[in-house]
Design a protein around this ligand. Structure first.
Ligand code: ADP
Length: 348
């Protein structure tokens, strides 16, 4: 298989040669037109009846005779003028070839670079996804092989193996649905005036069991603002933030949900009492598959490093954004900013 880099190098050369050919075809055509037009102009300067290079002329009485010396001189001047023009146009074309090559290279890179970056990120996505999918698959294989090698397998053992398999399959299902969500094209979000409390109640219901399991109290202080949103989809983003807040907080901690108006936007915040996030990591955590070392080693907080990217994608599809304020040891506050809506603005 041709390496991506080699492929793009050869495509750059191809595109560059095409651009040069177009530039040179245009320059040579213009030069030819200029040369022909100028040569005609010069020829017209010969006395009437005398053709360039003939050395003869027809006088006003219609007499045909040898050109006087002055006319030979004019003819010579015109010939050297043409020569000079030809040389100048030739040099101009050479200069255009050099500049055209440099310009074509820049233009070819400019055209192909975004495509190259896109393909590179797709390739990375596929390889990272395959890598992540392999982990639960390897676990399923190992659990089953160990169970098979046992001389005696009680019903209890078999149940444990089956349960572990089911857990891993659930993990795979969750991960594939998240990957599909990320791989899907930006779908058209049908925004409409939506009450914040409708969104919040969906999200809280989604994480209620997990929060209860860790004895985490969700304190909802949100006001029922009207926002421009698609409730199911923005509730998914809020669920991701709440789920993280629950996952990364110590047992028995409190997670606070609040809202406030910020000019034409409404801010919905999720504050937790978790470990906080170092400044150097705050941008990275929104990247695909990024998980802090702490999160990786923390068995309670199983995840794939995809949630925040999905949440950010959803917020952006609403014309909003996700912001983070956090410091190690001081907890984290993730906020979704959405456009405020007025009651009559669009259908829900
Ligand atoms: P996941 O939680 O599945 O690992 P996310 O994309 O949701 O993936 O989060 C990426 C990383 O950001 C997490 O692995 C964790 O290191 C960090 N993170 C996210 N939310 C919090 C939080 N509330 N407190 C501390 N760290 C967090």
């Amino acid at each position: 298989m041709v390496r991506l880099k080699d492929f793009f190098e050869s495509q750059t050369t191809r595109l560059m040669l095409t651009y040069i050919a177009i530039i040179m075809a245009m320059t040579i055509s213009f030069s030819a037109i200029i040369y022909i037009a100028s040569a005609e102009q010069l020829d017209r300067q010969l006395p009437r009846g005398m053709a360039s290079g003939s050395g003869y002329y027809i006088d006003e009485d219609g007499q045909f005779g040898p050109a006087p010396r002055v006319q030979a001189y004019i003819e010579q001047q015109i010939a050297s003028g043409k020569n000079e023009l030809f040389v100048r146009l030739f040099v101009l074309n050479l200069v255009m070839l050099v500049f055209g090559a440099a310009f074509s290279f820049v233009l070819a890179r400019w055209t192909l670079e975004p495509i190259e970056r896109n393909i590179e990120s797709q390739t990375r996505f596929v390889s990272d996804a395959s890598h992540e999918l392999r982990t639960p698959l390897t676990a399923i294989q190992a659990t089953n092989e160990v169970a098979l090698r046992r001389k005696k397998l009680t019903i209890k053992d078999a149940r444990e193996v089956i349960q572990s398999n089911i857990d891993d399959v659930k993990r795979l299902q969750r991960m594939t649905s998240m990957l599909l969500e990320l791989a899907s094209d930006d779908r058209q979000t049908m925004l409409g005036p939506t009450h914040l409390h409708d969104i919040v109640s969906i999200a809280i219901t989604n994480i209620a069991a997990g929060a209860m399991g860790r004895d985490i109290n969700i304190d909802d202080k949100t006001k029922n603002y009207l926002v421009s949103a698609e409730s199911e989809s923005i509730a998914q983003a809020l669920t991701i933030l709440l789920d993280n807040a629950v996952k990364y907080s110590p047992e028995g901690a409190k997670v606070t949900l609040s809202s406030r108006k910020r000019r034409s936007m409404v801010e919905i915040s999720v504050r937790d009492e978790g470990p906080g996030i170092d400044k150097s990591e705050q941008k990275k955590i929104f990247e695909r598959f990024y998980r802090s070392d702490k999160a990786r080693t923390h068995s309670e907080s199983a995840g794939y490093g995809l949630g925040l990217e999905i949440a950010q994608k959803i917020a952006k599809s609403h014309g909003g954004v996700i912001e983070l304020v956090s410091a190690p040891g001081k907890g984290s506050t993730f906020s979704i900013l959405l456009h405020a809506a007025s009651p009559g603005s669009g259908a829900k």
